[in-house]
Design a protein around this ligand. Structure first.
Ligand SMILES: *[C@@H]1O[C@H](CO)[C@@H](O)[C@H](O)[C@H]1NC(C)=O
Ligand SMILES: *[C@@H]1O[C@H](CO)[C@@H](O)[C@H](O)[C@H]1NC(C)=O
Ligand SMILES: *[C@@H]1O[C@H](CO)[C@@H](O)[C@H](O)[C@H]1NC(C)=O
Ligand SMILES: *[C@@H]1O[C@H](CO)[C@@H](O)[C@H](O)[C@H]1NC(C)=O
Ligand SMILES: *[C@@H]1O[C@H](CO)[C@@H](O)[C@H](O)[C@H]1NC(C)=O
Ligand SMILES: CC(=O)N[C@H]1CO[C@H](CO)[C@@H](O)[C@@H]1O
Length: 375
């Protein structure tokens, strides 16, 4: 009897240890923050979000007016609009579906590959241009690329990473720095090896491709910060956050982690991880954004600034139109002013989840230890 008990407790212990060991952490936990030696990162002082990317980030901006439409490939809001819900900011979004870091390794050029997005930024937002009313210290520059590069590149993985990241860092990040950008947010690649498009498309070695892109991005982001120590450089780990959502899919009510909502539109979209074969749903985008917001908040100095841009926009009922160089409107095409959130709201996201899990684990472990010691 003792022998069986012994075996049983070892099995139980083994199970608990392996649950702990394979447990993926939320994205913000393993994300990296390289702080400026000159200006502390103050999330509460950030009034402008400037985005470069592909369909994961796109809100489809009219580059004449810089208004965005909210058109999307996720069924709802992508992360920039979710982040605006959590943190009142202007959005200047250059991202476009299908965009790659460069056209040089594509058969068919994309109209808004990263160099073209950067050129648009220069034409619309730099000194003397129509939308130049932003400052480096209160602007956050986000760059998320690589998914289409994995699909479209005609050169080797190594060359793709080298050529693509040369554009990201030497053309765009350096260029933005010259224009006084000081807060950089680089997104790594999510686990695209499990995306239906990769599986169905018969792409091989995608996990290796993701790893190469992520490793290079991390190294280059750190090197960029070393070269410009007066910048705040952030490396946000979408890979871990997506993995975390998939691993804890029951908590997130994401019942279907393989099926695409696109083929089951009668069901509830919130229960799907994938909207279609390439894109996660807007709900997954929301969970990602909650974690990103947590990351940004946790690295912020907490000096509350009385800022015209935000204070004058505090009436959620006013109908707004987008006017260049004003400090009282948010450029939302739907004409709805975005309600500023209080600091209390910023802190609420997911506090409960972690602690329930921790309580569960520690209770289980103490029960087990008690059992072993007393028996
Ligand atoms: C996202 O796209 C869907 C249809 O493609 C549309 O119904 C929805 O309004 C869009 N979401 C936003 C926030 O514009
Ligand atoms: C807030 O941003 C402004 C630029 O808009 C900058 O001059 C100021 O130093 C920042 N303040 C803090 C406390 O970060
Ligand atoms: C999951 O569904 C339950 C019940 O409808 C709800 O209370 C909970 O907030 C949902 N969780 C998430 C992350 O949306
Ligand atoms: C600022 O506040 C957030 C929570 O709101 C906290 O996580 C973070 O550590 C604080 N930063 C500093 C520098 O105190
Ligand atoms: C910014 O706001 C102030 C007061 O809120 C106002 O006097 C000023 O004209 C505004 N500036 C612009 C460019 O709209
Ligand atoms: C497949 C792979 O290597 N993914 C990695 C992407 O980058 C993050 C952070 O650097 C890692 O946690 C993932 O393992």
């Amino acid at each position: 009897m003792n022998f069986i008990n012994n075996i049983l407790s070892f099995i139980l212990l083994f199970i608990i240890v392996s649950i702990e060991a394979t447990n993926v952490k939320e994205g913000h936990v393993s994300s990296l923050f390289f702080p400026s030696n000159k200006v502390d990162f103050n999330y509460f002082n950030i009034t402008d979000l400037i985005v470069f990317g592909d369909s994961y980030s796109a809100t489809y901006t009219n580059f004449e007016t810089m208004k965005y439409t909210g058109k999307n490939a996720s069924g709802g809001k992508d992360w920039p609009l979710h982040l605006l819900d959590l943190h009142d900011m202007y959005l200047w979004n250059f991202a476009w579906g299908g965009a790659t870091m460069t056209n040089t390794y594509r058969v068919q050029s994309h109209r808004f590959a990263l160099p073209a997005q950067f050129k648009l930024f220069e034409q619309r937002m730099t000194k003397g241009k129509e939308f130049s009313n932003w400052e480096g210290e209160s602007s956050l520059f986000a760059i998320w690329f690589g998914i289409n590069d994995m699909i479209k590149s005609t050169v080797s993985q190594e060359e793709t990473v080298e050529i693509g990241h040369d554009v990201v860092f030497n053309l765009v990040a350096e260029g933005l720095y010259e224009y006084n950008a000081r807060n950089f947010l680089f997104f790594n690649l999510p686990p695209m090896e499990i995306a239906p498009c990769m599986i169905k498309g018969g792409f091989s070695h995608i996990a290796e491709f993701v790893e190469k892109l992520n490793t290079s991005l991390k190294t280059k982001a750190e090197a960029f910060h070393k070269k410009h120590p007066d910048t705040n450089v952030m490396y946000y780990n979408t890979y871990d956050e997506f993995s975390y959502i998939l691993e804890n899919n029951q908590f997130f009510n994401v019942t279907y982690v393989k099926d695409e909502y696109y083929y089951h539109t009668k069901r509830d979209r919130r229960n799907f991880f994938w909207y279609d074969e390439t894109h996660p749903t807007d709900y997954v985008q929301k969970y990602l954004t909650d974690d990103l917001d947590k990351f940004l908040t946790s690295h912020s100095v907490n000096i509350t600034i009385s800022n015209n841009k935000i204070d004058s926009n505090s009436n959620p009922d006013i109908i707004i139109t987008n006017t260049p160089n004003t400090n009282s409107t948010i450029n939302n095409d739907n004409g709805v002013a975005i309600k500023p959130r209080s600091k209390a709201n910023l802190e609420e996201s997911f506090g409960v989840k972690r602690s329930h899990y921790e309580i569960f684990c520690s209770t289980l472990i103490s029960l087990l230890l008690g059992y072993i010691f007393f028996w």
